[in-house]
Design a protein around this ligand. Sequence first.
Ligand code: ADP
Length: 601
Amino acid sequence: MSIQKNKPKKSGWNSLRGLFSLIGASKTLYILSILALAVTVALEMSGFLVIRHVVDKVIIIKKGIKPLAFWAGIFLLASLGRGFFSYLHGKGKARCAETVTRQIRNGLYDHMQRLSFSYHDRSQTGELVQRATSDVDEIRRFFAEQIPAVCQILFQFSINLAILLFLEWRLALLSIIIVPVVGGISSWFFFRIFEAYDSFQDQEGHMTARIQENLSGIRVVRAFARQKWEIEQFREINREQLKRGLKLTWWNSFYWPFGHILCGLQFCLTLLIGGYMAIDGAISPGTFIAFSSLVNSLIWPMQELGRTMAELSKSHVSYQRIRVILDEEQEDLISGNSSDEIHLKGDLEFKKVKFGYTENLPVLQDISFSCPRGSKIALLGTTGSGKTTLVNLLPRFYDYTGGEILLDGEPLKNYSRHMLRRQIGIVEQEPFLFSMTVRENLTYSVDRKVSQEEVEAAAKAASIHHSILSFPEGYDTMVGEKGVSLSGGQKQRIAIARTLLKDPRILILDDSTSAVDADTEARIKKAMNGLMKNRTTFLIAHRIQTLKQADTILVLDKGRIVQQGSHEELIRRDGFYKDVFRLQTRMEEELQEELQAAGAV
Ligand code: ADP
């Protein structure tokens, strides 16, 4: 499901106010930078008054070079002042915009780290990436470009108008009759662009998600030779992106010619009437020249208004897209028993536990069993029977909805998620390693300083030490794209060593690996045995050899426990476990026979 669905529809003003509130502590600097902009614009506009004065009082009456040089000096000073204030403005706004962007990006990243598992289940990684990058960048542009542009337009317009009114008020009023028309068109345009951009960004989110998913699953794509299908799917998405992009540009291209024509008409009118007044002697030639230049610079901000409004609507969209994420409730990590002093013993009891990802669809029902400290519980069942869901309740990735889980005699929900996750270790079926060095990956599980001896001891216990030494830079070798590619078995043993360093009281192991050779399997098994010692362990497994070592085996089917007992007990009863046992034993016997036959030849 896309993360766009539960989007709050906020009014434009609320959203703008929200956007402004992001400025926070940089407010004063930002206001100062906008004031510097006002001074820059005022100095620029004053140049037209100098021109008027020079034409009327120096050139026409041929006053000589001295006054000309004087006014040229004034002009130069004004230009220097303009340059200086423009520098202050540019520096101030850039600093504020970068600070705000950094804060939003940090805040968003922080927030994403604390969102619930169910939120991440619902959202696509690519879309989240897009919001943390391109949408955040749009907010930067709001402060660095759009607000200064709006202010510049307002300053230019009001200063210009004031000068025009001062020069000749009737002509000035004539020059602004177009303003309400441009304003009306710009607002209408704002909403069209808003819709078009929202839809464009949405599609870009889909596209980013698609690329991200495809690249993460590139092996699957290749293995099933689905490249052609994937390319076709991507082209389809890209075609839609083009369609929406063209719509966005269409609104832009539609607006500009319209604006040009309107403003051109306005200028013609001023030229005709102003020119006539100058011929008639109602205004001086200097006033006429200054007037026509000023009218020209009055028209530019009006045209710019449309473009800036369109840009503003983009920030408005991006802000809402970010707001949707920030409004999502964070996972409560700390409430409950959270003391660092607690050392779990690992006694667990499930009493009629019930859980469903959605309200009306139970995934686990009536789960009851007990698990004394240090014991091993194995879970067996077909895919989708609820094994992963069951173990995910322990670190409170999801909270059970009925019954009770008791940990050391206390309801699980009384413990904080943070504390539980610190004391529960998980080795996934396909462990995720980060693009960092082997050592950094190993010590990722603990937030204290770990000595090299400790790291090596964990790696030795997980039977991975020698493999690590054979890497080009040993423990400093980079993992992933920039370094070595690890085999599935190596990754799993690094994950085991990582969990060993964490030294958890409760352990969750997903031992569903089947595609490893006998030698690797023996190593993994050895590593796992070391890890399980003296810890309450939940083991998801399919092989009888692994299941056998558990104190209790739970057979799950459609979210219910259908069989429960030790290996010896279960092979004596008819049911799923006995069937699996028979099947695997027969397969092994056949394999042995084949090997012997091959050996005999
Ligand atoms: P197993 O580990 O035995 O293969 P799971 O616990 O992964 O089974 O899945 C049990 C059921 O819950 C399946 O029907 C699966 O589709 C569903 N399920 C698993 N994870 C989620 C999730 N994050 N959101 C919604 N349904 C899920």
